[in-house]
Design a protein around this ligand. Sequence first.
Ligand SMILES: CC(C)(COP(=O)(O)OP(=O)(O)OC[C@H]1O[C@@H](n2cnc3c(N)ncnc32)[C@H](O)[C@@H]1OP(=O)(O)O)[C@@H](O)C(=O)NCCC(=O)NCCS
Length: 365
Amino acid sequence: MLTDDAVTLRAHTADDVEPAYRMCQDPVMQEWTTIPVPYLREHAVGYLTEVIPAGWRENTSWAWAISYAGKYVGTIDLRDGVGGVGEVGFAVSPEVRGQGVMTRALRLVVRYAFDTLGWSRVIWRAYVGNYASRRVAWKVGFRGLVTVPGGGVSRGVRKDEWVATVGRDDVLEPQGNWWAVPVLENNGIRLRAMRETDAQRVMEACNDERTQRWLSGMPSPYTLDDAAWFIASRPHAAAGGEAVTWAVADATSDELLGNVSVFELSDRIDKTKGEIGYWMHPEARGRKVMTTAVELVIGHAFRPIEDGGLGRRRLVVKCADVNTASAHVAEINGFTLVGTERRADPRRDGSYDNLLTYDLLADER
Ligand SMILES: CC(C)(COP(=O)(O)OP(=O)(O)OC[C@H]1O[C@@H](n2cnc3c(N)ncnc32)[C@H](O)[C@@H]1OP(=O)(O)O)[C@@H](O)C(=O)NCCC(=O)NCCS
């Protein structure tokens, strides 16, 4: 039995079969775990009364019932352990999600793996997109997250997988920032998280001739799939502490007008810098929309982390010297031109433009 002041981990009993069976009917549970579908009562009976006790007996897996407010709410297990390294798996019933139950349970079990089983490392694995599970692992100090294409199997189908680990000497606390994407508004402009439904507008904006000219790394032609991939990649970048990306939207219609990001946020040495990048849908250009959007981003980026901001000290904007519209957005927002890299900005025809660097320091505001 393992316990903190809110969660108790104990052996499963026959009374847990019914709530475990019910938990496994949850579509979220079925999507993110390897449980059989359809999930029958006999599956719960077999797992709780045969598989789990056998694991403890044979020293091959260690599963606990999670008890919260006196009730069975889920299961967490350790498995393998060969060479002092093993995996953790967990699930909690929908009624109690988001209350910190799994974070507590995971911390107890990781400590057990190190202190009692003598493991040196615990591995966490989840299918790509399971942000609730990723957040629990992040909160307990799992680190070094990588994506393994096709690394997981779900009922015979290969899926991309995230893997992260925590070692015996690591602190069980978050490593790096998991950025939020707050809604910011001014002058009829709203910055908000990107949505799947923005894909058509993203595709239009990124196929535009000027966007294609100045952002030469973009796919060409830029398809709806490219837009969907870009939108889906944004939560990953925010969770990994690398970038925060907003849709620049009309505050009345909420339609996407453009896109603005702060990136380069996870530099290992300088943790206080950031680069701002942007593009506008051609229909919305020339109305000072990006000027307003960048102003909002600057305010958020310079706000201290403890006040919900990004805690930046220095921001940069980079653009080709011949891209006057982009340079104008930087200048009007108070950025200073600090340098020109000669022939550093590649164009698609094989030529290069000079690249301007503008910067803005927090204490200049
Ligand atoms: C993953 C799971 C176990 C989390 O349990 P839980 O008790 O809700 O976890 P916690 O409350 O300790 O933490 C969940 C965190 O994820 C956050 N979260 C939930 N959904 C999220 C999402 N889509 N994007 C980002 N964060 C999300 C919650 O806000 C919470 O973070 P916070 O406390 O900082 O606000 C639960 O969602 C579950 O059982 N899912 C189905 C089974 C499963 O996926 N198991 C893991 C397989 S790898």
